[in-house]
Ligand binder design. Sequence first.
Ligand code: 6PG
Length: 256
Amino acid sequence: MISPQPKLSISPDTAALASAAADLIVREAADAVRSRGRFTLVLAGGHTPEQTYALLADGEGGRRLDWSTTWLFFGDERFVPQGDPRSNYALARRALLDRASVPPDHVAAIDTTADSPAAGAAAYAQRLAAFFAQPLDGQPPVFDLILLGLGDDGHTASLFPGAAALGERHAWVTWSPPGTLPPPVDRVTMTFPLLNAARHVVFLVSGTNKAEPLRDVLDGHATVERRPAAGIRPAAGDVTWLVDDAAASMLSAERR
Ligand code: 6PG
C-alpha cells in the first residue's frame, strides 16, 4: 500500500503553529470519540509542543478535550526521574496534566525508575499491550494521533541518526543511548513499527534550526539512517507537518 502524501501546513509564527496544532488535536479527538468512543493521543517530547499543550489545558476558543474519553501516552522519554527538568513527562505535567487536572489514570507515563532503560521500554510495551488488549508478539496497537517533533539532526522521538533503534522491526518500544544533541541521557522510545501503525502522525516543527532537516525529509532526499524522521511512513495512516515560517524557510517555492 502506498502511504498517502504528507500534508504540510505553514504557520506564520509559533503562536499560530500552536493554535493550528491544538485545533487539529481537538478535531481528531471529536472524530475518534464519535467513531470509537475514545481518543488515544501520544505526546511529543521537547519544547516545541509546550504552547500547544498549554492551549489544550486552558480550553480557550473551544479547544476543550474531554479527559474522560482521552488517554495520553508518551512517544519517548529521557531516562531521568520524573521531576527532572529534562523529563518530557515533567514538561507535559507543567504545561498540560496539572493545568487541566487530567485524571492520572488517563496518563501512561514511561517508567524511568525501572532498573534500566531497556527494562523501562519492556515495561511500557507491556503497558500498551494491556491497554489495547493486544499480544506483544502481534501487530502494534493503532493510536489515533501521534505527535512528533523533529530534531536539528533529523531525529524524531528518540530515534537518532545511526542508532540501533532505527533497525527495530518488532518491539513496539525500545531504548537508545544519547544522540549527539543534548541532553546526553539514555532514552526510551516508541519504534517505527509502532509509530507507523498510527491513524495519524502530526509533526510540530518550529525554528530555522529545523529548516535543513525538514527540507531533507520533505524533499525525499534523506535516508532514514541520516534523517530518522524520514522513516515515519504510516502504512495506512496520514502524516501532517505543522511547521512555522522559520522552519519552512528552506523549502522550495512549489512546496510552500
Ligand atoms: C526529545 C523529543 C525529541 C524532540 C525533538 C525536538 O525527547 O527530545 O522527543 O524528539 O521532539 O528533539 O525538540 P524541540 O521541540 O525541543 O526542538
